[in-house]
Design a protein around this ligand. Structure first.
Ligand SMILES: [Zn+2]
Length: 149
């Protein structure tokens, strides 16, 4: 962990504790990176909207590189960038993970969720995964089936 990353972690923990809801982990510490913190600050209102659409709870959002490796995420995962969200517990509002993902996708297409890149109904975990463009690139959101992130 670089000195800059240590400063980011200490500063964000002290000044922005509400952001902790966007770094849940069951695997010990999940320290912020500068990139992750920057993107979560930019996207947190959209994260909250997705949670509101689905109901349920966030199982994964920002992941440090170490946590991402521990949970078996792909190395270039948008979770490491602080630009992805996984939500489970949509069951009270939707019959299937596909229906839950479709509802988020429709809102993304309508433009209410910011620069969404992909919406993925994860069949294995039953989570709806949503990720967002970073670094200014955008194109229309995609609904992606049968992929793991
Ligand atoms: Zn995910």
């Amino acid at each position: 962990m670089s000195v800059l990353d240590q400063v980011v972690e200490i500063g964000a923990s002290a000044l922005l504790p509400h952001l902790d809801r966007w770094r849940p982990t069951t695997r010990g510490k999940n320290p912020w990176s500068l990139e992750g913190l920057r993107n979560v600050l930019r996207l947190e209102a959209y994260f909250a909207r997705v949670v509101n659409i689905l109901g349920g709870r966030v199982t994964s959002c920002y992941r440090s590189r170490e946590i991402n490796a521990l949970v078996g995420g792909v190395p270039d995962s948008y979770h490491v960038k602080g630009a992805a969200l996984d939500v489970i517990g949509w069951n009270a509002k939707f019959p299937t993970v596909d229906a839950a993902a479709q509802a988020v996708f429709e809102q993304a297409r309508a433009g209410t969720l910011g620069p969404v890149r992909e919406v993925i109904p994860e069949q294995r975990t039953k989570a709806v995964h949503v990720d967002w463009w970073v670094d200014g690139r955008t194109s229309a959101p995609r609904l992606v089936r049968d992929e793991r992130y």
